[in-house]
Design a protein around this ligand. Structure first.
Ligand code: ASP
Length: 286
């Protein structure tokens, strides 16, 4: 029973690669890493990896995390000049004694591990930054300038894994780190129970430790859909101006049931399973 679920429209293509890996009998951890690489490497995906929107200083800084079925995790924050941060996060998980590396240290580690240092700014990245500067737009999130890829999968052996990767919010403060590399906030996997990943306004997801909270609700007996809805409802009561700071989650349990919910309309996720193939679905809002 393989399943892969991922956030936003870019998840659809990423799912195709992840599904091929799952169908060949490989592990969920390989599927989420390689699936996410597809979005990271695509210059037309402007919110993840190569070709991202830069921060307000014109620099691309990337965050990513990954978690396997043994409870191991790895993360990178404020990583520059590497196209595939989720793969560096996996190396942190598997080839270092740490969970999270940041900035220059993360870059040094990546280079030592054989990753190539490259300029990630495309013409689109540079032009969007010039435009932002000239218009002095100070709006951190709209429906077009964020969008992490979060991906959760279950493999043929019934094991779970999850990962996420992001350029964070477009034109963010230089040095800002979002929820995606924070285990429990942007991502959480418990192989006995389920997995969840977040996207949207990272500060809200961090304040509410959203992904961990969802997995805990699944542990207490809720379905992934009920768990996502419950945590979105709680978030709405805690964050007064939530309308300006939308958040969204996807979730998957050990039985292969999925959930998705957000505070605002317009959140699409991609679901690939045996019954229906790959589909882009609009999530419930509450
Ligand atoms: N959660 C990401 C961040 O705050 C952005 C997003 O997914 O929309 O960095």
């Amino acid at each position: 029973m393989s399943i892969v679920i991922s956030t936003w429209k870019h998840g659809y293509v990423a799912n195709e690669t992840a599904w091929k890996i799952l169908s060949s009998g490989r592990k969920a951890i390989d599927a989420v890493e390689k699936g996410i690489n597809v979005a990271e490497l695509a210059p037309e995906v402007h919110t993840v990896g190569y070709g991202c929107y830069p921060d307000r200083d014109g620099t691309i800084t990337l965050d990513a995390s990954i978690m396997d079925d043994k409870g191991n995790c790895g993360a990178v924050t404020y990583l520059q000049n590497i196209k595939t941060p989720v793969s560096v996060a996996r190396k942190v998980m598997e080839d270092s004694s740490h969970v999270m590396l940041s900035g220059e240290g993360a870059l040094k580690f990546a280079i030592e591990q054989g990753f190539k240092e490259e300029n990630l700014l495309t013409d689109f990245s540079k032009d969007s930054w010039e435009k932002w500067k000239s218009e002095k737009i100070d709006k951190p999130v709209d429906m077009h300038n964020h969008d992490t890829i979060g991906m959760l999968a279950i493999d043929n052996s019934g094991n779970l894994a999850g990962a996420c990767s992001t350029g964070g919010m477009a034109f963010k403060q230089h040095g800002r780190i979002g929820d995606s590399p924070i285990i429990g906030a942007g991502l959480f996997v418990d192989n006995d129970i389920g997995a969840a990943a977040g996207t949207g306004y990272g500060e809200v997801i961090m304040k509410t430790v959203g992904s961990f909270a969802i997995v805990e609700q699944i542990r207490l007996g809720l379905s992934p859909q009920e768990a996502c809805e419950k945590i979105i409802a709680n978030t709405k009561t805690k964050i007064p101006n939530i309308d300006e700071m939308p958040v969204y989650y996807i979730a998957l349990n050990k039985q292969g049931e999925i959930g998705a919910c957000g505070t605002k309309k317009g959140f699409e996720y991609a679901l690939y399973n045996n019954e229906n193939g790959n589909r882009l679905i609009e999530a419930n809002i509450i």
